[in-house]
Design a protein around this ligand. Structure first.
Ligand code: COA
Length: 168
């Protein structure tokens, strides 16, 4: 056994971060010495919150976790993982429907960075139905999202949609 720090990267769009994400972050932080939560630009998605806002929200949610840090990821995930010396990429799996996409990404990342493995954690069943899109939809229509996102995220969502209603 080496004494090397075992570092992992947990990437995602986190638009916004949910309790499901936080569950994965807390569990991964126990499995690895260091966890870097990488807030990425997903080319397929038009985010509600800017990269800076998503980084800030995650910093607040993870302030109590000493071995977790938050970073912005603007390029390739595989390259970022190599640059920070990570041994693993962590992803949460919610349902079978996640598998196809995750399998594709993990395979591509392995080709790009063979020394970095992808590690899947099963999302807690309580959050298996959750997604950032559904949270945004409920918040936009004025529904309560307090059980689904950390308090700072719930505040931020309320602010953003109040502003949008004013502008409309
Ligand atoms: N509990 C509940 N919901 C969860 C969850 C969990 N544990 N984990 C993920 N989700 C939800 C999210 O809320 C999100 O919902 P949405 O689709 O409604 O927004 C969805 O599952 C997946 O989002 P997330 O995990 O935040 O990230 P993503 O799938 O958008 O992330 C990246 C994709 C960022 C990892 C990928 O685009 C990437 O690697 N980008 C960097 C560039 C790159 O290297 N590209 C090549 C990749 S091979």
């Amino acid at each position: 056994m080496g004494t090397q720090t075992r570092r992992a990267v947990y990437p995602g769009s986190f638009d916004p971060p949910t309790m499901g994400h936080l569950d994965i972050i807390q569990r991964a932080a126990q499995l690895f010495d260091e966890l870097i939560v990488a807030v990425a630009v997903n080319a397929q998605k038009r985010p509600l919150f800017s990269l800076e806002e998503r980084v800030e929200m995650l910093r607040e949610c993870c302030a109590h976790l000493p071995n977790v840090r938050i970073a912005a990821l603007e390029g390739l995930l595989a390259r970022f993982a190599q640059q920070v010396g990570a041994c693993a990429i962590v992803r949460g799996l919610r349902a079978v429907s996640d598998f196809e996409y995750e399998f594709q990404m993990a395979t591509m990342n392995r080709q790009l960075a063979p020394e970095v493995d992808t590690c899947f954690l099963m999302t807690h069943q309580q959050y298996a139905f959750l997604s950032s899109s559904i949270v945004k939809e409920v918040a936009r229509l004025g529904g309560a999202v307090d059980n689904l996102v950390p308090p700072n995220v719930a505040r931020k969502l309320a602010e953003r949609f109040a502003l949008q209603r004013q502008e409309a």
